[in-house]
Design a protein around this ligand. Structure first.
Ligand code: HC0
Length: 589
């Protein structure tokens, strides 16, 4: 351990820790901007400077490792004045229309400026307005250079966490800016729309494209029947945006709020997550039969999940030869949209032309997915408008709803019942666990041999997880699977997906089934979830999902009564002609 003192208080921390981490241990707050727990240290904003005894210049606490006997002062006059000047300089070249900014009230620059009581402007505006550009052509993300402080959190996120590199530093000195390949708009470069840049950006330079006004328009149109679906991870994220502790599930208050906002039908994406298991599980068993019995060389294994649109765009750009490995299943969001304007419309006797299908997602890439040209198998655009968890919180605040005072209400029916298996889709490993709960039971007639249905190897925040499940004592029709060890892998975050795909591509690893989610932690850590985020918060959200799964009366997709009903009344069976038309798709290079 290393012993040092901060503001005269002794502290011991492990070797390799920084001054910033040592201060955190003492509950001494040092402001930061370029620093983020998820990212490598950049040390470029200098807001976290502190004074070190015996050293002339101030040092960046995020980038300076502790040394034995160090004496640090985080609050000297020199430190405070330096920080103030740094923030004043940033403000001098910053768009200061804070009240018109989406991040108003959630902006880290605004918070630090307020904490430091910066009330005057000592520096003249450094950069003319014309220098800035706003890119709003992407269906998911808006990039406003006038609010960028060039901390490069977004660049490190896109390169290091996501292995995408859609944005990078261009030019030098005063002209330095965050740009794309040849400064093309985000919708024309390799951006996967995952929105991780947004949740790591400290200001409003990167935000989601908002569709709140269009949703209000639809709700206030008496001709329209507005159907809303809520994704699994929204219910454990929304509370954070409305003042609850991270990891608080607000499912039934959220349903109540959606009714008060004026949505006509409040339904659950968990229902189509269950449907995905039926379709994708059957697809996997069909592929396994093709490979193991028919020896068909055209069967692509491993089969990869296709419900994360950021991952789908990534594989389309970076691994196009593996497109046949993607499950043909649409994501639950898109299955839901296709059914909202067919099965559901018929059931409630509403002309599908008058249905507006809205989804609330923890994900910005879902906005892109809904706009993909192939997503109109219902004869209409399957999902019309996608809001993030944060945008739903905005609507709730705009409507003056006192969220914590709401009663708890249940989803409407049909398409409003989800099992615990559907719910855990929101956590990395959840799709795999849900699929195994059903596929194993179909093949063996028994539950998966894990206590309480909890398949622990697929859970947790590790970048790459593996699970090998030995299939034994199968029912007669599945004899080809007797003794097969089903090899599965799960990743979250696209850099981890990159590592996994490389190990498959170079023959180091073989799997039957892989689950890939674009965002760290899976959808619970999506680009549309509340700020801030780090692993501690992701873990709390994950625990909330698994606790809710345990509490639900139905925990396996095939036992969801509304799933039985939709196959009896409409779809007939998994992979039927109608299922293929509405619930499956193909991908492009
Ligand atoms: Fe997800 Fe989904 S689980 S991608 O992470 O599969 O966004 O929450 O809605 O569609 O269900 C996101 C979350 C979903 C979909 C589901 C899947």
């Amino acid at each position: 351990m290393i012993n040092l003192s901060i503001n005269g208080i002794a502290v011991s921390v492990e070797e390799g820790k920084t001054i910033l981490e040592a201060a955190e241990k003492l509950h001494i707050h040092i402001p930061t901007l370029c620093y983020h727990k998820d990212l490598c240290v950049a040390g470029n904003c200098r807001v976290c400077v502190v004074e070190q005894a015996g050293v002339d210049r101030l040092v960046a606490s995020c980038a300076t490792p502790v040394n034995e006997g160090m004496e640090i002062n985080t609050n000297s006059l020199k430190v405070r004045n330096c920080r103030k000047h740094i923030i004043e300089l940033l403000l001098a070249e910053h768009n200061e229309e804070c009240t018109k900014c989406y991040r108003n009230g959630h902006c880290e620059l605004q918070t630090i400026a307020a904490d430091l009581q910066i009330t005057n402007q000592d520096f003249i505006d450094l950069v003319p307005d014309q220098f800035y550009s706003i890119d709003s052509l992407s269906p998911s993300i808006e990039k406003d250079d006038s609010k960028c402080i060039r901390c490069q959190r977004c660049v490190r996120t896109c390169a290091d966490i996501q292995s995408v590199g859609a944005i990078a530093v261009a030019h030098k000195g005063a002209e330095m800016k965050i740009s794309t390949f040849y400064n093309h708009p985000l919708n024309e470069v390799v951006c996967t729309n995952c929105g991780q840049c947004i949740v790591h950006c400290p200001t409003g330079a990167l935000v989601e494209k908002s569709y709140v006004e269009q949703v209000w328009d639809a709700i206030s149109d008496p001709e329209k029947h507005v159907v809303v679906q809520t994704a699994p991870a929204v219910r454990i994220g929304l509370g954070e945006e409305l003042g609850f502790e991270a990891g608080t599930s607000v499912t039934n208050k959220m349903v109540s709020a959606l009714r008060r906002l004026g949505f006509d039908s409040v339904l659950d994406t968990d229902f189509t997550a269950d449907l995905t298991i039926m379709e994708e599980g059957t697809e996997l068993l069909t592929r396994l039969k093709g490979a193991l019995v028919d020896d068909n060389p055209d069967v692509a294994l491993p089969m990869a999940t296709s419900c994360s649109p950021g991952w789908v765009k990534y594989i389309e750009h970076k691994y196009p030869k593996y497109l046949p490995n993607l499950s043909t299943c649409k994501s639950p969001q898109q299955m839901f949209g296709a059914l909202a304007k067919t099965y559901y419309a018929k059931n409630i006797d509403v002309d599908p032309a008058n249905i507006v299908s809205v989804s609330i997602m923890p994900c910005t890439a879902k906005k892109y997915e809904a706009n993909r040209p192939e997503m109109k198998d219902s004869g209409y655009k399957d999902v019309d408008l996608v809001l993030t968890t944060r945008e739903l919180a905005v609507m709730i605040k705009q409507a003056g709803i006192e969220f914590d005072q709401l009663n708890e209400e249940n989803y409407d029916s049909i398409m409003g019942i989800g099992s615990g298996a559907g719910l855990i889709f929101g956590a990395t490993g959840g799709v795999m666990e849900a699929a195994l709960r059903t596929a194993y039971e179909i093949v063996t007639g028994r539950e998966v041999p894990f206590e309480n249905l909890e398949i622990k190897p697929v859970r947790g925040l590790d970048g790459v997880k593996e699970a090998n499940i030995l299939i034994e004592n199968v029912l007669p029709e599945w004899s080809f699977l007797e003794g097969v060890e089903l090899k599965c892998a799960i990743t979250n975050g696209l850099e981890n997906a990159h590592q996994l795909m490389e190990s498959i591509d170079n023959g180091d690893r073989f799997y039957h089934f892989i689950e890939i989610m674009a965002c760290p932690g899976g959808c619970l850590g999506g680009g549309g979830q509340p700020f801030p985020v780090d692993d501690e918060i992701r873990r709390k959200r994950m625990e909330a999902i698994y606790a809710e799964d345990l509490s639900l009366p139905v925990r396996k997709s095939h036992e969801n009564p509304e799933i039985t009903q939709i196959y009896q009344e409409f779809l007939e069976e998994p992979l039927s002609h109608k299922s293929h038309k509405l619930l499956h798709t193909s991908y492009v290079k």
